[in-house]
Design a protein around this ligand. Sequence first.
Ligand SMILES: NC(=O)c1ccc[n+]([C@@H]2O[C@H](COP(=O)([O-])OP(=O)(O)OC[C@H]3O[C@@H](n4cnc5c(N)ncnc54)[C@H](O)[C@@H]3O)[C@@H](O)[C@H]2O)c1
Ligand SMILES: O=C(O)C(=O)C[C@]1(C(=O)O)C=C[C@@H](O)C=C1
Length: 280
Amino acid sequence: MVRNKILIVGLGLIGGSLAKAFKKCGYEIHAYDIDKSAIEKAICEGVVKERIDDLNETEDEYAFSFICVPVLESIPILGKLSSKIKNGIITDVGSTKTHICKYSIEHKIANFIGGHPMAGTEKIGYKYSFDELFNGAYYFITPTEMNRKEDIEKLKNLLQSIGCKVEEVDYVLHDKITAVISHLPHVVSAGLVNMLNSNEIYCKFAGGGFKDITRISSSSPKMWADISISNKNMLLELIDAYIELLKNFKTSLKSENYNEIFNYFEKAKIIRDTIVSDEK
Ligand SMILES: NC(=O)c1ccc[n+]([C@@H]2O[C@H](COP(=O)([O-])OP(=O)(O)OC[C@H]3O[C@@H](n4cnc5c(N)ncnc54)[C@H](O)[C@@H]3O)[C@@H](O)[C@H]2O)c1
Ligand SMILES: O=C(O)C(=O)C[C@]1(C(=O)O)C=C[C@@H](O)C=C1
């Protein structure tokens, strides 16, 4: 294992941004992607040193290997990598953690530690990646009983070196938190856009408010289909709770209960203003 070598599998928005941030810190980056053009671009830019053509041939030479592909693709890749990489730490960036952590426990992959940066954009692919994406962002890691304390510390140190605020959390709790603050909002945002049904008049006049609440609907459909399936049970519960909330609003509106309607908006304003004022 070489201390300064990092393997990135999936050189898209997140993998590319990690590669750029680690390269800036002096690491040598090797990368694998089914889209070879992304890697060729990164080699031309001097971000990636070497393209890996076949994961089955991966050498056990990386201090860290990051799996940065859509979540349903991540598990077979972890299977392949873990049969080759025995010394370095393997981690991922997937938006859900239960599936992959359970897989690592069932297959006794003690050098795998789940991870997930709470930073991203609605853009897709390496060309939109940038080295500052994770600077100042929360980054969940979801260690399990199997992991060695020193590996957890090594991963934390690496992530802190690129500016992340690392939070250790249980993988089931992780999927609950992200279902509330990320997965349901993406389902709702896409729903609002789908309500327009490509109607020309609605699309023409959609203004700032609509664009703000639906920015994230320009994200990768593959990434969000994978996340939805992977966090199905949490998401189903939340969709029920959200429908209930809308039903209550509907009842207040039908009866023109002004106080209830006012409270619905006031409560939201108070909570959101707190979240936004906490941002640095
Ligand atoms: N975009 C975000 O805001 C965000 C934030 C945090 C975490 N994530 C997670 O990061 C991961 C990657 O998302 P992204 O936004 O970088 O997506 P992306 O589409 O920009 O990049 C994914 C890359 O993986 C490659 N890829 C896909 N399947 C592959 C396979 N089987 N083998 C090798 N390469 C493959 C694609 O060619 C692409 O280059 C996802 O698991 C997502 O849940 C995304
Ligand atoms: O800012 C965005 O575009 C995002 O959607 C980023 C976002 C999020 O929902 O906050 C998306 C998925 C991730 O797993 C983490 C971050």
